[in-house]
Design a protein. Structure first.
Lengths: 454, 297, 328
């Protein structure tokens, strides 16, 4: 035993000092003066300055973030420290209350940003960064960053959620066509079910909601897409800010439309089992049946591509490849609707170097650096050079910036945390786990809406 | 004083024990199997190189000879290589744990001695108060304590982790060590006092030697709690390679690789190696017993 | 000197640790030296010196946050507006929270009783057998596994598709001729799921109970057992009339500490179900309310209820302490 312990400790002493966790810092000391730094000249020399950042990103995502931050660090001489944590959403308020807030925090929940701003500790977005936001982001995105008429945050990335993954290879083999309207999609669903009547393990749709403490969110994406498609954008807004109740009859009607897929034992849950298995299947696993031929369709944001790549680095993600995605159709082919989300940066410090870093975050330089660092990432920043995107990311980027698409922000990220990260998630789980009806689900969420926050 | 049993008598008892209890053997084997199987499942899983199989078939299916080809070291290679950098976190866990065990036990020994062998007003009330504070959930302390640490400029250092683990470990340590200390015969202490020994001398020369098994036993529990802690480290020192322990890393892997059981299973095993080694090493101390049987009877 | 606070290499981390230990040893030596200095230090003086560090630390680290929590429990979500008993009323009136309270009581009662019973039984059964060391190590193993690790392990038991429990369930059903039955989603089947989670905690804590109780059993004087045997007492009677009364204080200690652990159970619930499907307990709900939902007041009220739950435990212990003091 002793010998073993010795080997372990000496190995750890000398062998491994690097950093693979996505946490770490850009070292300003090896300041680069190459041509690539010309865009950073305006920030001046920030040698000896330190900027701390706090994000929910770890592993490859964290590494890619550090890589993008390092361009700023290497060119300006500043030291940018990055800490990523899965529990960031719970830990950030603790740190803010305790007085150890990071200089810059990045997070997806607009509801939480509202809470943070309410503490009075969030600093104004500096003028130059604000000018960038105005220049490079559409009106919609500027609105998400605005609270009571004031710009409070900077959008740093985006994701497109209203997509349905499929296998072009399998579709070609079976002669299935990508649907362009909701009815076509329902017809396709029925056709796939009929074609596989003999094999009970094969179903048209594969769905997974489980995700540890975050279980349930893929279910909320389903309902949000239904609301946007079967009511209208205005109703969606009212639903989000609770001017109409969560269980409004219009919402119920929309919910029932997806219920026709999700609660039909002939349509779900390909590769995993019965309806109840939707609640217990990890969302990270939900895409595997598409490759195995046990399922044909999966409703999931485009960032899912990295899950395919982790499982099989050789997988071909292309329009004629192993997997690809199409936008979830609306009632008719003319209307296009897209639900998306994003991450936003807020600053707890107004030191000059932090303000310059914010300017960097809102600039095309950051967008391009981050896009190059790792695929599976997009932004709504129109300064992004599309050259830096892979085909699948281009698909997402275009869906966000295209004219004529009704874009709406993920409702659960805008609702109060009790609902958006609480009862809404939990009730979508209960919809499958306890076989609750649509009405029961909506009623329960409505009941949980906190009376003391708007 | 007790009469020592002869070796013959001991052997007799042992045989009788065995003979009288075919049932007891059966029950103990059932419990042992029940308690071990889940861990065996993880062990088997950690060696299954067929990643698809892990989430589609039970681990026991790969035990049949036709599936032996599934086994391999690939998963361990992925975790130890693959940029997960467990090494730095291993060092952090060590650095956090050793003072996190040493300090509370030493302080608790002094306190337990005072509660057991000193007379002072309000003793019982104070003891019950300390005992009751065991129930305070660590989550409750996060904001008040972190605020103080920030004021002192000590947040995100090992120092606050050592301090926090000491504070959180003390009530239980005092409670348990006090109980064991009461088992030391009063006569021994009285005799030492008559010989003119001071409390400090009694503590060092009489009580401490007798407490060694109890200390060893409690040390292993405190070691396990600190080694396996996630919340304290996350709250007070953050999730960076500078201070984060191995559990942080493992928990991050659960989060970002929600379904990557081929990484999680070996990861969990690697994290287990040290605690199990410590247990096996310290086990000899409490085979003889926490309650220092030598002084009894 | 920056390495003292922020060591940046593995070596300097170890150095900082050694330094901390040295400082601590120095302080301890000073305390002992000062206590020993006066010729006739009164007993209470020794107590003050010995207790001061511990009591000061406990007051700062546990008592002070507790007081803050008590205060917060009577305030609203951001701690600024007094709301009286509103938070408590909410907890006791909404079915969702009542469920949490019931679950917590189940945890606080079942975990200590079952793990102590199993630990005690096992300790007695393997005592003085040939495989004692190995047998004890097997039961102790779960203690060595972190909660995160434990949740990974039990995933392979409770998973509906690849879990051992499902296999055993369908296997048994086949045995009795029911060939079509499929296993339920174990962790979603309320109220069974709460008991399944409790079992994980019992699995962890039984090793602790076994270790402590086994040590206590070994401390029973041999001649006592011997005498009982000569009186013709059988194994069962010996267990109830000799072993249990002799190790009674240890049993109380184990029951108490494990009950505290059951009451504070957080990790198992958090990692396995996140409190979904009606499995939440107070500690998990506290975390959700305070940190996820930013509802400080409600979270604080939940924490205070934990103190209330523990009162019977304190009374029981004080009672036991009185009893054993009378004996001494």
């Amino acid at each position: 035993m002793k010998g073993l312990a010795l080997v372990v400790s000496s190995a750890t002493l000398f062998g491994m000092a690097g950093c693979g966790s996505g946490n770490g810092s850009g070292d300003g000391s090896k300041k680069a003066d190459s041509a690539s730094c010309t865009a950073y000249k305006k920030y001046g020399d920030l040698s000896g300055k330190k900027i701390s950042t706090y994000t929910p990103w770890i592993d490859q995502e964290g590494d890619a973030t550090v890589k993008a931050f390092n361009e700023f660090a290497n060119c300006t001489g500043a030291k940018v420290e990055h800490e990523g944590s899965r529990d960031m959403a719970a830990q950030l308020p603790v740190r803010v209350k305790a007085g150890s807030a990071p200089d810059v925090a990045i997070m997806p929940q607009l509801g939480m940003i509202k809470n943070m701003v309410a503490t009075g500790k969030v600093k104004d977005v500096p003028a130059k960064a604000a000018a960038n936001v105005k220049k490079y982001y559409s009106k919609d995105w500027q609105d998400y960053s605005t609270l009571d008429g004031k710009l409070v945050s900077i959008p740093v990335d985006a994701n497109a959620k209203s997509f349905i993954w499929y296998s072009p290879k399998a579709f070609k083999e079976k002669g299935y066509k990508v649907p362009t309207t909701w009815d076509e999609m329902m017809d396709l669903t029925k056709k796939i079910a009929d074609d596989n009547k003999g094999d009970t393990s094969v179903k048209p749709w594969s769905v997974g909601l489980e995700g540890g403490a975050d279980s349930g969110w893929p279910g909320t994406d389903w309902l949000e897409d239904a609301v946007l498609r079967f009511t209208d954008a205005d109703t969606y807004n009212k639903w989000v800010d609770h001017t109409i109740p969560f269980n409004d009859p219009k919402i119920l009607a929309a919910f029932k439309e997806i219920g026709k897929i999700l609660k039909d034992p002939a349509y779900v849950n390909g590769g995993f089992g019965d309806i109840q298995s939707i609640a217990s299947t990890a969302w990270q696993d939900a895409g595997t049946p598409l490759v195995d031929g046990k399922g044909y369709l999966m409703h999931m944001a485009l960032f899912y591509q990295s899950n395919y790549q982790t499982a099989n680095p050789d997988i071909k993600i292309a329009k004629d490849g192993d997997v690809w995605a199409f936008p979830m159709p609306s009632k008719d082919a003319q209307h296009k609707s897209m639900i998306g989300g994003g991450d936003f940066a807020i600053a707890f410090s107004d030191k000059p170097e932090v303000q310059k870093f914010e300017e960097f975050l809102s600039s095309p330089e950051y967008a391009n650096a981050r896009a190059k660092a790792m695929t599976g990432w997009i932004t709504a920043n129109t300064g992004l050079d599309e050259k830096n995107l892979k085909p699948i990311d281009k698909l997402a980027y275009e869906s966000l910036t295209a004219e004529g698409t009704t874009f709406r922000f993920d409702a659960s990220d805008m609702m109060p945390a009790e609902v958006g990260t609480g009862s809404f998630w939990k009730q979508m789980i209960a919809y499958f786990a306890q076989n609750k009806s649509e009405q029961q689900v909506l009623d329960a969420v409505e009941e949980s809406w906190p009376s003391d926050v708007k | 004083m007790s009469r020592k049993l002869t070796r013959h008598e001991k052997a007799l008892i042992r045989t009788r024990n065995k003979l009288s209890s075919p049932w007891s053997s059966a029950i103990s084997i059932i419990i042992a199997v029940l308690w071990t199987i889940p861990t065996v499942g993880l062990l088997v899983t950690s060696f299954r190189d067929n990643r698809m199989a892990i989430s589609t078939s039970g681990w026991w299916t790969s035990l049949s000879p036709s599936h032996w080809k599934d086994f391999g070291l690939g998963n361990y290679r992925s975790v130890l290589g693959g940029g997960y950098n467990l090494g730095a976190y291993f060092v952090n866990s060590f650095v956090i744990t050793i003072p996190g065990v040493l300090i509370p036990i030493t302080l608790a020994l002094l306190a337990a001695y005072a509660f057991a062998w000193c007379e002072f007003p309000g003793k019982n009330i104070l003891f019950v108060a300390v005992f009751a504070l065991q129930v305070v959930p660590i989550q409750v302390t996060m904001i008040p304590l972190l605020s103080q640490y920030v004021k002192w400029g000590l947040n995100n250092t090992f120092w606050v982790l050592w301090l926090s683990h000491t504070m959180f470990g003390l009530p239980l340590a005092i409670f348990l060590l006090h109980n064991f200390m009461l088992d030391i015969p009063k006569e021994l202490i009285e005799a030492a006092k008559v010989d003119g020994a001071s409390h400090v001398q009694i503590f060092l020369k009489v009580v401490l030697p007798l407490m060694v098994p109890a200390i060893a036993s409690f040390a292993i529990f405190q070691f396990l709690w600190v080694w396996n802690d996630l919340l304290v480290a996350l709250a007070f020192a953050g999730n960076t390679p500078a201070t984060a322990p191995l559990t942080s890393r493992l928990s991050d892997m659960v989060g970002s690789r929600g379904s990557a059981w081929y990484l999680l299973a070996p990861g969990a095993f690697i994290a287990m190696v040290v605690p199990v080694a410590v247990f096996l090493f310290l086990q000899r101390y409490f085979v003889r017993g926490m309650l220092a049987g030598a002084v009894k009877g | 000197m920056d390495f003292i606070l922020h060591p940046d290499s593995n070596l300097s981390k170890l150095l900082a640790m050694l330094l901390a230990i040295l400082i601590f040893v120095g302080v301890m030596a000073l305390i002992l030296f000062l206590t020993n200095l006066p010729k006739r230090m009164p007993s209470w003086g020794v107590a003050v010196m010995f207790l001061l560090p511990s009591v000061a630390l406990v007051c700062f680290g546990l008592l002070y946050p507790t007081i803050v929590t008590f205060r917060d429990s009577f305030y609203g979500r951001d701690g600024n507006e007094a709301v009286g008993f509103a938070n408590y009323v909410k907890i006791f009136s909404e079915p969702q929270f009542v469920q949490v309270l019931i679950n917590t009581i189940l945890w606080t009662v079942l975990v200590p009783l079952c793990s102590t019973a199993i630990g005690l039984l096992y300790a007695v059964l393997v005592d003085r057998t040939r495989f004692e060391k190995l047998a004890k190590s097997l039961i102790f193993l779960p203690m060595a596994i972190s909660m995160v690790g434990a949740s990974i392990i039990w995933k392979f038991v409770y998973d509906q598709r690849v879990g051992l429990l499902s296999a055993a369930y369908t296997g048994l059903a086949h045995l009795f001729g029911n060939k079509t039955v499929s296993a339920p989603q174990w962790l979603m089947s309320s109220p069974l799921n709460t008991f399944l989670l409790i079992f994980v905690m019992i699995w962890i804590e039984a090793g602790y109970a076994m270790t402590v109780l086994s040590a206590a059993i070994k401390a029973i004087p041999d001649d006592l057992t011997e005498a009982a045997r000569l009186d013709g007492v059988d194994a069962r009677q010996q267990f109830f009339y000799v072993t249990v009364p002799m190790i009674r204080p240890s049993i109380v200690v184990v029951l108490t500490t494990v009950a505290m652990a059951g009451l504070k159970a957080f990790d198992v619930v958090r990692t396995m179900t996140a409190g979904n499907y009606g499995t939440s307990v107070i500690a998990n709900e506290f975390y959700t309310q305070s940190f996820q939902y930013q509802n400080t007041g409600l979270g604080a009220a939940l924490a205070v209820i934990m103190f209330i739950v523990v009162i019977p435990l304190i009374v029981f212990n004080v009672h036991q302490m009185r009893k054993s003091q009378d004996v001494r």
